[in-house]
Design a protein around this ligand. Structure first.
Ligand SMILES: Cc1ncc(COP(=O)(O)O)c(C=O)c1O
Length: 375
């Protein structure tokens, strides 16, 4: 019903996917994590309706916004939340940064598991906190947490906070209940507060089920959510922090008020409400399309020396390309394909690329053909 095969020209001077390599006319950008698909029609209609109204004044999300968010999380994750457990902010990275500055002190240790989305590091180091970097282990072709080692490092560094990525970017893990319980138990035992970045939670594949960390860790966590990855509206900058810990939410809200970056803009409210209210049929078809793209990539790479980690969620694929020197750079200069370079994801990222497969299949096919042409 929805046309994910449509190739849309999104090459404008302000489009980040192309702008940084504007000199390459025929670039295939399989890097930054947004999609080359149009958002659900109901989201577009709502944004057009607001835009054509011509009034762009200050806005505040009302009860209808909260109702849309609450019903989405109930339906998708059997997670029952209330209005006073939702804090609206213009971005997930901003929310993580606020959590760090609000809930820890200068020089406190914050744990992250690498490889992971690069800005986690910045949220910690940029705010004068110290990093405790744990390494994800690759077991049977997928990332796992070594909980014994995790606990040892928490004690050794007196870690105060964990920034957790669930589902995991770039590995595509949809963590199981047992894995989440193990992490939450250790954190609870040692007074480590969990900031769980769940921006990819709607993008689970092959029947894998995402479990919000709050259903396991309760008051000892905040969950960072957003409709932006799911419905391809990252440019409108909208996020919801959700927690049963009202004291923590209140403190983060105070930080946000002090900085002046808080709440949602008019377009963010409109798009989020429409997406959560009407976007589910579109999402269902999107996920099937992404599974098809991943299957294509799998088939095309299986006889090469590029080793793909099979994602359980997200539209991002982590690939070991260590058999080839400077592969990400050669991809740009020789194949005109841009991937995300593994180094962006910290320790364990070297010798890897991350490919974003959320594009029309014809574009992905051509991207893969070019990738294989330089092997
Ligand atoms: C794990 C993760 N968190 C946060 C973000 C960005 O969120 P925001 O644009 O709301 O800051 C991304 C984007 O790729 C991401 O992958």
């Amino acid at each position: 019903m929805y046309d994910f095969d449509e190739v849309i020209n999104r090459r404008t001077p302000d489009d980040i996917k192309y702008a940084q390599t504007a000199e390459i006319d025929d670039l295939i950008p399989l890097w930054v994590a947004d999609m080359d698909f149009k958002s659900p029609p109901e989201v577009i209609d709502e944004l057009v309706r607001v835009a054509s109204g011509g009034i762009y004044g200050y806005s505040e999300a009302d009860k209808s916004y909260d109702a849309a968010v609450i019903s989405w999380f109930a339906k998708r994750f059997d997670w029952s939340i209330t209005s006073d457990q939702i804090l609206k902010l213009p971005g997930v990275v901003l929310a993580a940064s606020y959590a760090v500055t609000t809930l820890t002190k200068a020089n406190d240790h914050v744990m992250i598991f690498e490889p992971v989305y690069g800005p986690f590091r910045r949220c910690v180091e940029g705010n004068d906190r110290r990093l405790t970097v744990e390494q994800l282990k690759t077991v049977n072709g997928r990332f796992e947490v070594d909980v014994t080692e995790m606990e040892r490092r928490i004690v050794e560094d007196d870690v105060k906070m964990l920034i957790w990525c669930s589902p995991h970017n770039p590995g595509g893990r949809v963590w199981t209940e047992a894995e989440l319980c193990a992490v939450a138990d250790i954190c609870g035992k040692h007074g480590v507060f969990i900031v769980s970045d769940e921006i990819h939670s709607d993008l689970t594949l092959y029947g894998n089920r995402h479990i919000p960390m709050a259903k396991i860790a309760g008051d000892n966590c905040v969950v960072l959510t957003a409709p932006t990855k799911t419905f391809n509206i990252a440019g409108i900058q909208a996020a919801n922090i959700i927690s049963t810990n009202k004291d923590v939410l209140h403190k983060i809200d105070q930080t946000a008020l002090a900085t002046g970056a808080y709440g949602l803009n008019k377009m963010g409210i409109a798009a989020t409400r429409a997406a959560y209210t009407y976007g589910e049929p579109w999402l269902t078809e999107l996920l099937t399309y992404i599974e098809g793209n991943i299957a294509l990539l799998h088939e095309e790479l299986k006889d090469t020396d590029l080793v793909m980690m099979e994602p359980e969620g997200t539209y991002l694929v982590w690939i070991d390309c260590s058999a080839h020197k400077d592969f990400a750079k050669r991809l740009i200069t020789e194949a005109h394909v841009r991937s995300s370079e593994g180094e962006f994801f910290g320790n364990g990222g070297e010798g890897h690329i991350r490919l974003n497969v959320a594009c029309p299949r014809s574009v992905l096919k051509e991207g893969i053909r070019r990738i294989k042409s330089i092997l």
